[in-house]
Design a protein around this ligand. Structure first.
Ligand code: C2E
Ligand code: CA
Ligand code: CA
Ligand code: CA
Length: 273
């Protein structure tokens, strides 16, 4: 815009031009990756702390690039969002997660991450309904994870309520990392809060992190929501979270995210324990 004093300078900034070209190249690559079915879901176990049994899994997308190998979602989700490709890719993620969960030995829950763009540019309700119908998975097994970056407009709130009406659970991801966690929490009846791994990481050394975790669990209990602690990497953290009253735990100490075949075996094994 002309009112932006920096715009002319920016237009001729070669580094920006490069990154634009790069982004366009990544967009093209993502589009063909989707067509060539190069995306893959990994599943990370979530432990129920009351029973010490598996509660479910979180589905986490990866890009299995034919030349570059496994690419992290942190490297391509932002571009998928900017380009709108997260729409069709997100639909595939929902369908793949639900149909995979239907192959498990136990009727565990499966949590799927939703991007804000899926709310803005896509009929998320229709996408979720289609994934449930196609897979035959009961709605109560599906958990949708949203972050504060999903703007809770009247329309988005209505969509989330319709999804809850189907029996789907809604989870508030990365709790405590945004700038409006409290007001966000009060604006929708979430079923679950995911305590961000940044608090869990420091919890044994930092009394402040422990206080935040304790307060979050208390708040969730008062609001009749359950809690999942993320990023649990040690036995000490797991013990402390259990005594603090967290409902579930997820992290490398329990298991890393794993491919479809491995999670099926992991779930089968968990029954023997
Ligand atoms: P997130 O939803 O907060 O997912 C948790 C991330 O923490 C995952 O990274 C997981 O592999 C990692 N993690 C789990 N346990 C531990 C632990 O003990 N220690 C450490 N250091 N990390 C742990 P991942 O798979 O790289 O995903 C990164 C982010 O990308 C996710 O954060 C989520 O925001 C996004 N993402 C992943 N899959 C999807 C997807 O299917 N759709 C959308 N829209 N976003 C996704
Ligand atoms: Ca998540
Ligand atoms: Ca998270
Ligand atoms: Ca995160």
């Amino acid at each position: 815009a002309k009112s932006d004093p920096d715009s002319s300078h920016r237009l001729y900034d070669p580094s920006i031009k490069d990154s634009r070209a790069e982004r366009r190249a990544l967009e093209g690559a993502l589009k063909s990756a989707h067509e060539n079915r190069e995306f893959e879901l990994f599943y990370q176990p979530i432990l129920d702390l009351a029973t010490n049994r598996m509660w479910g899994c979180e589905a986490l997308v990866r890009w299995k690039h034919p030349a570059k190998g496994m690419i992290s979602p942190l490297q391509f989700i932002p571009t998928a969002e900017e380009s709108g490709l997260i729409g069709p890719i997100g639909d595939w993620i929902l369908e793949e997660a639900c149909s995979t969960a239907m192959t498990w030995d136990l009727p565990l829950s499966v949590a799927v991450n939703l991007s804000p763009v899926q709310f803005k540019r896509r009929d998320v309700f229709a996408s979720v309904k289609k994934a449930l119908d196609m897979s035959g998975m009961p709605a109560h097994r599906l958990v949708l994870e949203v972050t504060e970056s999903v703007k809770l407009t009247e329309e988005a709130t209505a969509t989330l309520k319709r999804l809850k009406g189907l029996g789907v659970s809604i989870s508030l991801d990365d709790f405590g990392t945004g700038y409006a966690s409290m007001s966000y929490l009060s604006s929708f009846p979430f079923d679950k809060i995911k305590i961000d791994q940044s608090f869990v990481r420091g919890m044994m050394e930092s009394p402040d992190s422990r206080a935040i975790i304790k307060a979050t669990i208390g708040l969730a209990n008062d609001l009749r929501m359950s809690t999942t602690a993320e990023g649990v990497e040690t036995q000490e953290q797991l013990n402390a979270l259990r005594s603090a009253g967290a409902s579930q735990a997820q992290g490398y100490f329990i298991a890393k995210p794993m491919p479809r075949e491995a999670i099926a075996a992991f779930i089968a094994d968990s029954q023997k324990a």
